[in-house]
Design a protein around this ligand. Structure first.
Ligand code: SF4
Length: 78
């Protein structure tokens, strides 16, 4: 599996580093429209490849709630 995994909005990229992820699932609770927890691997999966600007705060909340710093959000092109 590719690592890290990235999904984007029109202006931002969300990166998930599976080597850092410990599967606590905080991101799934913070942004259930974007993540689900794969019960076989105990790792989160992205439910879609793109999110909208309206979901920025939700995605930022998932990043902030990750206790392992496995999620990173940055502007496209950075
Ligand atoms: S909150 Fe962070 S450590 Fe927990 S499952 Fe999500 S990405 Fe992994």
């Amino acid at each position: 599996m590719t690592n890290p995994i990235t999904v984007s909005s029109a202006t931002e990229v969300l990166e998930l580093d599976l080597d850092k992820c410990n599967g606590y699932g905080n991101c799934v609770f913070a942004a259930p429209e974007l993540f689900e927890l794969d019960l076989a691997s105990n790792l989160p999966l992205f439910l879609k490849q793109e999110w909208t600007e309206a979901e920025h705060a939700t995605v930022a909340g998932a990043v902030a709630d990750c206790p392992a710093n496995a999620l990173r959000m940055y502007k496209r092109g950075d």
